[in-house]
Ligand binder design. Structure first.
Ligand code: TYM
Length: 327
């Protein structure tokens, strides 16, 4: 059986990297496999949050996921903290992970170097992510390229737990899109587009209006040549535009490059493709945003479905590791 699981953090605004690297594939996968998607609010707590803002961002993100095309009748959509098994299994995963392997996570190294306050949660973050995935016996985890190391660690932890305590977890596999797995910043095409760059000219937000999108793509950094070809090392800016155009139109970056001899038309067509991709999402989001109560009702239904699966896996893991059954 194929079971898909993936998650997204409610921090900042959703950008084109999230959409092309992950969300459009979640929408496709829901029709092909039993699919479970999670707004990972506990992961947002690794850095201090404003409580009112976190609540608002969590509901908005769920609405955006519905607007992108997740259908709660087809997939399971829920909020991580509504299913307490995530926190409980995370502890078992922290005790399965070695200090050294958590220290080697590049996202921890990057983020801890940039922030003044480094929480313990930022360090153990990948153990919580492993718990998310393993609780649902996920076989496939659709993510962008930046999550590669975390999914590898999840596999290692699952294998180690199974070897120590007997078969407990399914070993998951990450899946990456053909184009869009690593959408780069338009102003600095050697860094990935990221939420921390909100409002920045290099990040296209899913809710940006057409004018803002045109302006950002028009000003995207390219290079001093004029040749349009996909070559990430030599032409990171142009390659990023081709990757965006390809992902937005269902082609590989090389296929998207065919027929272009100048940067102007490439930029114009990329902007048009992105605007066309986002227009229906923005329209549906506006409708959903008008009724947050309905979103919360859908999330409660999702949490009930998720809880049933997660509790069964947690009970299995507790038993295997030697914890006494409660009551
Ligand atoms: P997050 O919230 O940073 O990002 C959500 C998804 O978007 C992808 N992504 C990108 N893809 C392409 N180009 C980019 N510039 C780009 N930026 C982000 C991410 O790869 C991700 O798929 N740790 C995860 C959330 C998480 C999770 C999980 C994911 C928690 N538990 C379990 C899968 C399974 C994260 O911070 O994603």
């Amino acid at each position: 059986m194929t079971r898909v699981f993936s998650g997204i953090k409610p921090t900042g605004n959703v950008h084109l990297g999230n959409l092309l690297g992950a969300l459009v594939h979640w929408v496709d996968d829901q029709h092909r496999a039993d699919s479970i998607y999670c707004v990972v609010d506990l992961h947002a707590l690794t850095v201090p949050q404003d409580p009112a803002e976190l609540r608002e961002t969590t509901v908005r993100l769920a609405q955006l996921l519905l607007a992108v095309g997740l259908d709660p009748e087809v997939c399971t959509l829920f909020v991580q903290s509504h299913v307490s098994a995530h926190s409980e299994l995370a502890w078992l995963m922290e005790c399965t992970a070695a200090f050294g392997e958590l220290s080697r996570m590049t996202q921890f190294k990057d983020k801890s170097a940039k922030s003044g306050f480094v929480s313990g949660g930022l360090f153990t973050y990948p153990a919580l992510m492993a718990a998310d995935i393993l609780l649902y016996d996920a076989t496939h985890v659709p993510v962008g390229d930046d999550q590669r190391q975390h999914v590898e660690l999840t596999r290692d932890l699952a294998e180690r737990f199974n070897a120590r305590y007997g078969a407990t977890f399914v070993i998951p596999e990450a899946t990456y899109p053909r184009a869009g797995a690593r959408v780069m910043d338009l102003q600095d095409p050697t860094s990935k587009m990221s939420k921390s760059e909100d409002g920045a000219p290099g990040t296209i937000l899913v809710l940006d209006d057409p004018k803002a999108i045109e302006k950002k793509i028009k000003r995207a950094v390219t290079d001093t040549e004029v040749e349009v070809r996909y070559d990430v090392a030599a032409k990171p800016g142009v390659s990023n535009l081709l990757s965006i155009l390809g992902a937005a139109t269902g082609r590989t970056p090389d296929e998207a490059a065919v027929g272009y001899t100048q940067y102007g038309p490439l930029k114009a067509d990329t902007a048009a493709a992105v605007i066309e991709l986002l227009a229906p999402v923005q329209a549906r989001f506006a409708e959903l945003a008008a009724d947050p109560g309905e979103t919360q009702r859908l999330l409660a239904v999702g949490a009930a479905k998720a809880r049933e699966l997660a509790d069964a896996t947690l009970a299995r893991a507790r038993d295997q590791i030697g914890l006494l059954p409660p009551g």
